[in-house]
Design a protein around this ligand. Sequence first.
Ligand code: SAH
Length: 251
Amino acid sequence: MRVEVLTLFPELVQQLTTVGIPRIASESGALTLVTRQLRDFSGNRWNRVDERPFGGGPGMVMQPEPLAQAVAAARQECGAKAPVLVMSPQGERFDQQWAERLAKEPAWIVVCGRYEGIDERFLASEVTAELSMGDFVLSGGEIAVMAMVDAVTRLLPGVLGDAESAVTDSFSAGHLDHPHYTRPVNWRGKPVPDVLLSGDHKAIAQWRLANALGQTWLKRPDLLAGLELKASHHMLLREYLSEYASQWLDK
Ligand code: SAH
């Protein structure tokens, strides 16, 4: 997968490939992260890409032409079909479904804003979608892009050591991940649930599913509301919740 990031801070975005899964993915060739310095497309000798807003007001606005030129350059490498995304607090919320969708694209292009944002005419002409990290305002799109590329990279075939782990992660089946435990077996008087030590793979899988559904009900009921639960899942959740309720009442 080729990702082209158009930014005023390419060195920040490239940091992503220096550690962890994105590093492994770029070393193996699964991820090619290309950054382009927007100032290289300024068309002026001061390398300036921002101007004051028409109508007055604080801050600076990124001009459309350098952005369009940078997108055109990226398109030459990515092809005409590559989506062009813009990071924006006004965008659609980036989520696991977006990550899965982008993981299927051979190439995509992302624009990072800075300052007050981007000239509206660029957004209206060149852009497939605006994407947001959430209802808060960052000072630039770079950290948002890094989060996004990270989330997409771990879905690429062969990137995670254990392909199973992306399948059981939160959101991939519409609910949260199950709880995890590791050594020691007893930590400060708190034991690991017996079933996880039993070696009974079927019982473990049932326990995990019941806990994944139960934790989702407790922490993110909004996710369950959008999910069609199978009858067997329904039963697991019912058992989990009745156990949870009796423990709570016995306290
Ligand atoms: N004035 C704009 C915010 C500009 S912040 C507004 O209120 O809508 C500067 C840049 O940071 C934006 O152009 C965008 O690229 C990035 N950014 C800020 N918050 C973001 C968020 N929640 N998600 C994604 N990108 C964000």
